[in-house]
Design a protein around this ligand. Structure first.
Ligand SMILES: Nc1ncnc2c1ncn2[C@@H]1O[C@H](COP(=O)(O)OP(=O)(O)OP(=O)(O)O)[C@@H](O)[C@H]1O
Length: 279
């Protein structure tokens, strides 16, 4: 019974996602670009603790080709969220460079950078006001037209089609906030999505719907994604590349298939990955 239900849910979600993309006019599918969309070089971030400097991460260098989904994994406290926030220009590195299409982040106004390279938080902040105000927020901030039809279809795809958009956003559950925050960002159509454990508060069916939506979005919009997750299965079936953070650096980068072939079958969020990859 449960299996049947899951299959139906999956078919329904795919059909909805397909409907979204049929109606979208700005699809970038077909892009295969082997030059990096994002390059990070020798990034380092330290924090001050008890009057002592502590490395969050150091010597982090990597490239992402467009369009790729990269799963960023590793044990808690390794600095994955901080790395995402640094790449999203929401936090500053002490050292190192970030380039988007060969242009240094320092040469961008943060607002313009964040339109192209957008961070979606694990525990997103909601603006005072309604769900609708929140959906319109990013378009307003970035002075872009709001695509109401797309907003509605995205809501349907993640199981929020029946939600009253005049409802106060502060009253939403954690899982509802996560999905609204994701849609808010997708409406901007950034070329790089920085996804920070964005399904952590979701039930299995909503999680599957979000994963399917993002896979379809990746295909249709050629969106590149750097996706922090502790969910081994999620990393395995959504990504093409895996980056492993360990010992305060990006210890391994590998193709996903190869990474998991080489990894012990344990389910630990960080340590089980330690013998895998290309190094
Ligand atoms: N500005 C800061 N000042 C002090 N400590 C910080 C700061 N930013 C992050 N930290 C600490 O750095 C560590 C790494 O945090 P971060 O959230 O980036 O790790 P993470 O790998 O994403 O962890 P998790 O998987 O648990 O989400 C944590 O111990 C956090 O408390």
């Amino acid at each position: 019974m449960k299996v049947t239900y899951t299959v139906i849910a999956k078919e329904r979600d795919s059909a909805l996602a397909f409907a979204i993309f049929k109606s979208s006019t700005s699809g970038r599918s077909g892009i295969v670009n082997h030059t990096p969309i994002l390059e990070i070089d020798d990034l380092q971030k330290t924090v001050l603790e008890n009057e002592q400097r502590r490395y969050l991460f150091t010597n982090v260098s990597a490239k992402i080709e467009e369009p790729t989904i990269v799963a960023l994994i590793g044990a808690s406290g390794q600095g994955k969220s901080t790395l995402l926030r640094v790449i999203g220009m929401l936090d500053a590195a002490d050292h190192g460079t970030i380039r988007y299409r060969n242009t240094l982040a320092d040469d961008y106004a943060p607002r313009h950078w964040r339109m192209k390279v957008s961070y979606v938080a694990q525990q997103p902040a909601m603006l005072d006001g309604s769900v609708d105000d929140n959906l319109r927020l990013v378009s307003r901030l970035h002075r872009q037209a709001f695509d109401d039809k797309l907003a509605h279809k995205l809501m349907e795809a993640v199981g929020l089609g029946a939600m009253d958009r005049s409802k106060r956003a502060a009253d939403l559950s954690g899982g509802e906030k996560q999905r609204i925050a994701l849609i808010r960002t997708l409406l901007l159509k950034p070329e790089v999505l920085l996804l920070d454990e964005i399904t952590a508060a979701l039930d299995p069916q909503s999680k599957e719907a979000v994963e399917q939506l993002l896979l379809d979005w990746h295909k249709r919009e050629a969106a590149t994604m750097l996706w922090v997750t502790h969910d081994r299965e999620q990393a395995r079936h959504t990504s093409q590349r895996v980056w492993l953070m360990a010992e305060h650096t990006l210890q391994q980068q590998a193709d996903t298939t190869r990474f998991f072939e080489n990894t012990a079958s344990g389910s630990d969020g960080g340590l089980a990955y330690s013998n895998a990859g290309e190094g």
